[in-house]
Design a protein. Structure first.
Length: 634
């Protein structure tokens, strides 16, 4: 019986021991106490590459501006645990605490920038958005603003491991680094440009920057396709002065975007209807540069006034000085005018083939009011533009106009350059200088046009250029056709039954007169006058060269008649009573044409009274009378 009781007592002891062990296991599984994550944030590292002193000085001069540091902690599922923000007036090490942290793996993100205490400690440029999950949290670009340098951004991302059953506080360090880039933009020589605006532009700008560390550099940028489709280019830094940009200026800007970025410079001298700016993208629409986060770049535009007008730079600060020196040396070495193509009478296609290395503005020839057709190229040397003028839409090259910006070269420099190319002086005045090519096939007149540009007008070295011969044509059409000639009067003046518009000659002719039925048009006939020293055979050869055929000769009055190939125009060649050669053009009529045209000539040359006297007073040679045929022999 004692043995049984002993066994029972031993069994009870075993049971009691098991019970005590179970209590110890339950005690060890009690949930861990929450911890405080204490974050030590260095506020200087985001600005050191950009020049920390500049940021310190900015803070010192703006008492409402603070350094803003926001830290966000995400658990292993990417869910926000908590966030904390701190503000400081000085660069130092900040301590931020996040409570309620337990053992596990966390992602810590710290965002740093400047904010304004007068605006509720908010930024004009940035805000954190969609912060609840790591996969969506982003820095949002407010209104796509151009950002001044002092509002650059610093970001750090780190992994925090918490694994302690005894500690109540865990330490973490954060050193935000600069993302995006700083741009030191400048320009030079713009007081000669007339530009009121200059911008550094991106093809696509980011609306946000994702902070999820699992994303690649390119994946971090958020783009609004609608905005970028609506805005061809968007400024990341610009200069504006409504009365014109000064000689030079420079500013620093911040740009969120980095990576291989499509960019351009744009400049304009006017605003568009909406108050914005339209400009030509320079150097081209396909320029790219690889911007590296945290770097400080130099951007620059130098105004040349020729070619594409601007030489532009984007690159390191260290390489800029050498680039600028090269630009200045290249400008000095650039010729006044290159060896552009010029072959009189050639086709539009031939000009395009031989000018393929120049940038053409319009592939299709532009019809001008004066009956000519024009294609225009951008200059490649110091010339601004080269315009080719043809007699027909397909060709027959008649004139080449070359323009220079007067801030680039002077009229005398153009003349001197042409002399080095074998051109010899024919005549010179304050207004115009005329030269002849070495082979005597080309003549060029150098003058300053009404727009203030220097113009060299090249043409075949002929006796004279055939005048505007569209019968019934308007005064404005004649003015357009004669735009390269010096006008004798600005508006038609009364001359008998007609209205007279006249010009000084440019080749070997000394005057061209246009007679209209009204003061706005209805062209009736044209007179071209020459000195008697010009051979009559030379003049008649030129008439034939212009497409006229000999028709008849009035022996009694010594008048030669020529008919155009389209039988629309008569050219009558004669000498007036003062000894000047005259070619008179007028419309041909097939019915009774001889007598009527001869009588028409008579009335046309009956110039009497005050009209002649007033034209003499202008210093112009006037012709009191012209021999004419009263009636032709049958």
């Amino acid at each position: 019986m004692k043995k049984i009781l002993g066994i029972i007592g031993l069994f009870g002891l075993v049971l009691m021991s098991c019970k005590n062990d179970a209590i110890d296991i339950d005690k060890s599984a009690t949930p861990e106490p929450p911890k405080t994550l204490s974050i030590s944030v260095s506020t200087t590292s985001a600005y050191e590459k950009y020049g920390l002193t500049d940021y310190q000085n900015y803070l010192g001069g703006n008492p409402n501006v603070y350094i803003s540091v926001t830290s966000l902690l995400y658990d292993s599922n990417g869910v926000l645990v908590d966030s904390v923000s701190s503000y400081s007036r000085t660069f130092n090490t900040l301590t931020q605490d996040i409570d309620g942290v337990y053992n596990g793996q966390y992602t810590l993100i710290t965002f740093e920038t400047f904010v304004d205490s007068n605006k509720g400690f908010k930024s004009n440029n940035w805000r954190l958005a969609d912060v609840n999950r790591l996969e969506t949290v982003q820095i949002h670009n407010e209104e796509y603003n151009v950002v001044d340098w002092q509002y650059s951004i610093g970001v750090s991302t780190s992994t925090v491991s918490v694994n302690s059953n005894t500690q109540t506080s865990v330490q973490a360090n954060s050193s935000p680094k600069a993302i995006g880039v700083l741009l030191d933009l400048g320009y030079e020589n713009f007081n000669k440009s007339g530009y009121i605006w200059l911008g550094f532009e991106l093809k696509n700008v980011a609306s946000g920057y994702y902070l999820n560390p699992s994303l690649s550099s390119n994946e971090r940028y958020k783009y609004d396709d609608g905005y970028n489709a609506e805005h061809t280019w968007s400024s990341r830094g610009s200069f504006y002065n409504s009365t014109g940009l000064p000689n030079s200026d420079s500013k620093k800007f911040y740009m969120l975007e980095s990576g291989n970025i499509q960019y351009c410079y744009g400049a304009t001298n006017t605003t568009n209807e909406s108050g914005g700016f339209s400009f030509m993208a320079l150097p081209s629409d396909n320029s790219y540069f690889n911007f590296v986060d945290g770097e400080y770049y130099k951007g620059y535009a130098y105004y040349k006034g020729f070619g594409d007008n601007l030489e532009t730079y984007i690159g390191s600060q260290g390489d800029f000085s050498a680039w600028r020196t090269k630009v200045l040396n290249d400008i000095d070495a650039t010729p006044v005018l290159g060896d552009f193509y010029m072959k009189w009478g050639t086709s539009v296609d031939d000009v395009k083939t031989n000018m393929k290395n120049y940038r053409i503005y319009d592939e299709t020839p532009e019809a001008l009011e004066g009956g000519l057709y024009r294609i225009t190229y951008a200059g490649k040397n110091k010339e601004y533009q080269i315009g080719y003028l043809f007699n027909t839409e397909s060709g027959d090259l008649a004139i080449v106009n070359v323009f220079w910006n007067p801030v680039v070269v002077t009229k005398s420099e153009v003349v001197d350059y042409l002399k080095t190319k074998g051109y010899t002086l024919l005549s010179s005045s304050d207004d115009e200088t005329t030269l002849e090519s070495k082979d005597k096939k080309t003549k060029v007149s150098v003058l300053i046009n009404t727009g203030g540009y220097i113009l060299a007008q090249f043409s075949a070295n002929v006796l004279y250029r055939q005048p505007y011969l569209v019968w019934g044509g308007s005064v404005s059409a004649v003015k357009s056709y004669m735009s390269g000639y010096k006008a004798g009067n600005d508006a038609p003046e009364t001359s008998g039954n007609y209205y007279l518009l006249w010009y000084y000659g440019k080749d070997k002719e000394i005057e061209i007169d246009y007679y209209f039925k009204t003061n706005t048009g209805n062209l009736q006939y044209v007179n071209v006058f020459f000195e008697s020293t010009i051979g009559e055979d030379e003049i008649q050869s030129q008439i034939i060269q212009d497409g006229f055929s000999f028709a008849l000769y009035d022996e009694d009055n010594n008048v030669y008649y020529y008919l155009s190939s389209d039988e629309k125009t008569v050219a009558a060649f004669m000498k007036n009573s003062e000894g000047y050669w005259v070619v008179q053009y007028y419309a041909y009529s097939s019915s009774g044409a001889r007598t009527r045209n001869a009588m028409g000539m008579k009335s046309a040359f009956e110039l009497k009274g005050n009209t002649q006297l007033s034209r003499k007073a202008k210093g112009n040679k006037k012709y009191d009378d012209v021999k004419y045929a009263v009636k032709l022999k049958e």
